[in-house]
Design a protein around this ligand. Structure first.
Ligand code: ARG
Length: 449
């Protein structure tokens, strides 16, 4: 493509080092759409005749089909997807193909393709996130009233329900979706027409190109447009945070599936056995999701590091944006699919949950609240209940069977009514609290959204 200026061919190692076709081939539908929109603008600018445009369009459509069916031969001498397609087009249709690159550079071309690719990935990921929310909602609905200990510091804290616990993840994923929708606004802007860095002396209708490609607007500074990778960094952050959420969910499920907790059982289809220990049923999907989150973080670090020292405008370092981006999208796509499937099939062992939640210590805070309602200041109530708990622990008596009146006269016989788990849960009616009624209302709200 640049033979005019050079007298030696590119060294093999340089070709190997610099090629991106092995991974950027996946930009091809966007590269072709971008080229067709660009060619249409060239007709308006009288660079191409109508006839040349039709030949370019038909040639590009043919190439698109060949790539889709695996009949296209990519070559690393042609370095990247842009040059592979352009060279194949010129081979196919001759001179008209050689005009296509007028008023365009691979710099604005790659920026355009990558933005289009990101836009479509965002739309797919939004659907997949909704799918996972749906799976969680389905389980939350099924187990809306199943009581479960809620933990802080991985120590039993207060009673909640499985429904409430799972809805916490539905909330996280709603924020994840919001972030993607917001990022999409910054992605969906057309850099095409920015050229190598300083636009072009040939007037192209950038707005028309943008409209054809479904962009909301056009970039307003050519230097920024071709060197901006903020939208990739932003997306990789959003993906990393989705990974964090999936990883926390995974960790909860790993605990729930252990013999120690025993709260949940995953289906055989979504667990694996051990080659040695016949009894094992391992939550590998959860562990892989937790592990793959490391890759998502790594990809974010890679792009942030790649852009930090770059002078304006394009530098070849920017080619390093694509592998982390593609890897994060591929990783998340599969993670969301497999987790949705696994969660839809998850069984909760209600008796085990109920037994764990029946630990009367979970209602120690409720006992303090009872004292508060009798007029005892909370700090004193906390101390009195603390004394009762210590007495229960040292005497080996469950808190609900201890004679509280012996601990302090502030307790009366009525205090023991606090230890009814159903009543305790039903009393948690503040917005956001886990009464079964609240949880059911939340499920309805999510199902409608
Ligand atoms: N493959 C290149 C990339 O991904 C395309 C842009 C190349 N531009 C250049 N001036 N060498 O960044």
């Amino acid at each position: 493509m640049w033979k005019g200026r050079f007298s030696k061919a590119t060294a093999d190692l340089v070709q190997q080092y610099g090629e991106s076709i092995s991974y950027d081939w996946r930009l091809y539908p966007h590269d072709i759409a971008g080229s067709i929109a660009h060619a249409r603008a060239q007709v308006k600018a009288r660079i191409l005749t109508e006839d040349e445009f039709f030949r370019i369009e038909a040639g590009l459509r043919e190439i698109e089909k060949e790539i889709a069916t695996g009949d296209f031969e990519f070559s690393i001498e042609r370095e990247d997807i842009h040059m592979n397609i352009e060279a194949a087009l010129t081979e196919k249709i001759g001179a008209a193909g050689a005009k296509l690159h007028t008023a365009r550079s691979r710099n604005d071309q790659v920026a355009t393709d990558t933005r289009l690719y990101c836009r479509s990935a965002i739309d797919d990921l939004l659907d997949l996130l909704s799918g996972l929310q749906g799976a969680l909602l389905n389980r939350a609905e099924r187990y809306a009233g199943t009581v479960l200990p809620g933990y802080t510091h991985l120590q039993r804290g207060q009673p909640v329900t499985v429904g409430h616990h799972l809805l916490a993840y539905v909330e996280m994923m709603a924020r994840d979706k919001d972030r993607l929708v917001d990022a999409r606004k910054r992605v969906n802007i057309s850099p095409l027409g920015s050229g190598a860095l300083a636009g072009s002396t040939i007037n192209l209708d950038r707005e028309a190109i943008a409209r054809e490609l479904g962009f909301d607007s056009v970039t307003t500074n050519s230097m920024d447009a071709i060197s901006d990778r903020d939208y990739i960094a932003e997306l990789l952050f959003d993906f990393a945070l989705i990974g964090a959420h999936l990883s926390r969910l995974s960790e909860d499920l790993i605990l729930w599936c252990s013999s120690e907790f025993g709260f949940a059982t995953l289906s055989d289809a979504h667990t694996t056995g051990s080659s040695l220990m016949p009894q094992k049923k391992n939550p590998d999907v959860c562990e892989l999701t937790r592990g793959k989150t490391g890759r998502l973080y790594g990809n974010l670090t890679a792009i942030l590091t790649a852009i930090k020292g770059l002078p304006l405008t394009y530098n070849r370092d920017l080619q390093e944006d694509k592998e982390p981006l593609f890897d994060s999208i591929d990783t998340l796509t599969l993670a969301l699919k497999v987790n949705s499937e696994m969660i839809s099939d998850m069984k909760i062992n209600e008796d085990t949950c109920q037994a764990a939640a029946s630990d009367p210590l979970l209602l120690a805070t409720d006992l303090a609240d009872w004292l508060v309602k009798q007029g005892v200041p909370f700090r004193s109530a906390h101390e009195l209940v603390g004394k009762a708990v210590a007495a229960a622990v040292t005497s080996g008596t469950p808190l609900d069977q201890l004679d509280l009146t012996l601990v302090d006269p502030a307790f009366t016989a009525e205090a023991s009514a606090v230890f009814d788990l159903k009543t305790a849960l039903a009393a948690r009616t503040n917005p956001g609290a886990p009464s079964v009624e609240n949880v059911k209302a939340q499920i309805k709200r999510w199902q409608k959204s």
